[in-house]
Design a protein around this ligand. Structure first.
Ligand code: BMA
Length: 322
C-alpha cells in the first residue's frame, strides 16, 4: 500500500470553528446508486491502486443486507458493482452467512481484511481477506453470536492480530460496550479485554446507551485514534453520534482520552430523515498523516463524509475528555 495518499478533501468552511465538518456535496452516495438498492450506508473505504476501493453495505429492495465492492479514483465518485461479493472458503469450510452488513476494511501486511456483521444464528463478526478486491476468502467467524462492530487494528500488536468488537443481543441491542480480543492467526480469538463503556447519562448523554468501534484505528505518536459511535435512547428511539478515542499504542485496551462532546451528530436533513432517522455511523477513515476523511452512514440510507485535521482532533479530545 502507498504511504502517502491524496485523500478526498474540502477545506473547513470560512467562519466555522467546528473540529470536524461535513462535505458540502454530501451525501456522496445516494440510496439508489445501484439498480437493486434500497439504501447504501455504513460502508468502508481504503486506498487501493492509484485510487480507492470500498466495501459497501447495500440493502436491496427486499431489504436483504449484503456487501458490494466499489472503486473510485478520488474517493468521492464511486462505481459500485451491481452484484454482491461472492466468498470462497478461506481458513476453514464455508461459514453460513444469512446476511452481511456494516463492513470495515483493514490493510495488514500483505492483504486487505474485511470484517462485517455476519448472520450466523444471529449477528456475529465475519472475517474475509482479499488481495485484489476480486477474490474474497471467508474465514472463521471471530466470535460466538451475538456481536457487532468488529474493527481490526491495521497491524499486529505484541505479535498478534487485534480486534475491537461490541458484544450485543439478537435485536436492537439496548446496551453495549467496546471490547478487544487478540488472535495469533485470524482464526482463534481470546485474551478478551474491556476497552470502554457507555458514559454516565449526566456526563455525556449522547453515548450513555451503547457505543461501538467505527473506523480502523489510525496510528499517531500520541496513540491509536479511533472514531466510534455513541447512542442515546430518546423518546423517539436511538440517536447515533460520532466521537473519537485515543488508545494506548502498546496496550490498546487502555483508553488515554475519549470525547465528552461529540464530534458529529445528526443535524443535516440526510442524517435526520431516512429509513432510520438520526443516525451518524462512522465505518472508515482515510488519512495522509495530517488530514483525515471519515466515511459515515447517514440515517441508514446514504453515505456522507466529514473532514478534520488529525492533530486538532487529538488536541480537542485531550482537552475535552470524558
Ligand atoms: C445498528 C446497526 C447499524 C445501524 C444502526 C442504526 O444496530 O444495525 O447497521 O446503522 O443500528 O439503525
Amino acid at each position: 500500500m502507498k504511504d502517502t495518499v491524496q485523500i478526498p478533501w474540502e477545506d473547513r468552511p470560512t467562519g466555522s470553528k467546528d473540529v470536524m465538518w461535513r462535505y458540502t456535496q454530501n451525501p456522496i452516495i445516494g440510496r439508489y446508486s445501484i439498480p437493486s438498492s434500497n439504501s447504501i450506508f455504513n460502508s468502508a473505504v481504503v486506498p487501493f491502486g492509484d485510487g480507492f476501493a470500498g466495501v459497501f453495505r447495500c440493502d436491496n429492495k427486499a431489504v436483504q443486507m449484503n456487501i458490494f465492492v466499489g472503486f473510485s479514483k478520488d474517493g468521492m465518485k464511486w462505481d459500485i458493482e451491481h452484484e454482491p461479493i461472492v466468498m470462497q472458503a478461506g481458513n476453514t469450510e464455508m461459514i453460513d452467512s444469512d446476511y452481511k452488513y456494516d463492513p470495515r476494511v483493514t490493510f495488514i501486511e500483505d492483504r486487505y481484511w474485511i470484517t462485517w456483521c455476519n448472520g450466523y444464528h444471529g449477528p456475529t463478526i465475519g472475517i474475509a481477506y482479499t488481495f485484489d478486491f476480486k477474490e474474497f476468502f471467508q474465514c472463521e467467524n471471530a466470535f460466538l453470536p451475538f456481536n457487532r462492530n468488529g474493527v481490526l487494528f491495521p497491524e499486529k500488536i505484541n505479535g498478534k492480530y487485534c480486534m475491537l468488537s461490541r458484544p450485543s443481543d439478537n435485536g436492537h441491542t439496548p446496551f453495549g460496550d467496546i471490547y478487544l480480543s487478540y488472535s495469533p492467526d485470524m482464526k482463534y480469538w481470546g485474551e478478551h479485554r474491556c476497552v470502554m463503556k457507555v458514559s454516565p447519562f449526566e456526563q455525556s448523554a449522547w453515548q450513555c446507551t451503547k457505543i461501538g468501534a467505527g473506523s480502523v484505528p489510525i496510528k499517531t505518536k500520541e496513540g491509536w485514534l479511533m472514531f466510534y459511535h455513541g447512542v442515546i435512547n430518546t423518546c423517539n428511539g436511538f440517536r447515533y453520534s460520532m466521537g473519537a478515542a485515543l488508545l494506548d499504542l502498546e496496550q490498546p485496551d487502555k483508553v488515554l482520552f475519549r470525547s465528552k462532546p461529540y464530534l458529529l451528530a445528526p443535524a443535516e436533513p440526510y442524517e435526520l430523515a431516512g429509513d432510520v432517522p438520526n443516525v451518524v455511523f462512522p465505518c472508515a477513515a482515510v488519512n495522509d498523516h495530517e488530514k483525515v476523511t471519515v466515511y459515515y452512514g447517514a440515517a441508514d440510507t446514504v453515505v456522507g463524509v466529514a473532514f478534520g485535521y488529525i492533530q486538532e482532533i487529538i488536541d480537542h479530545v485531550k482537552a475535552n475528555s470524558l
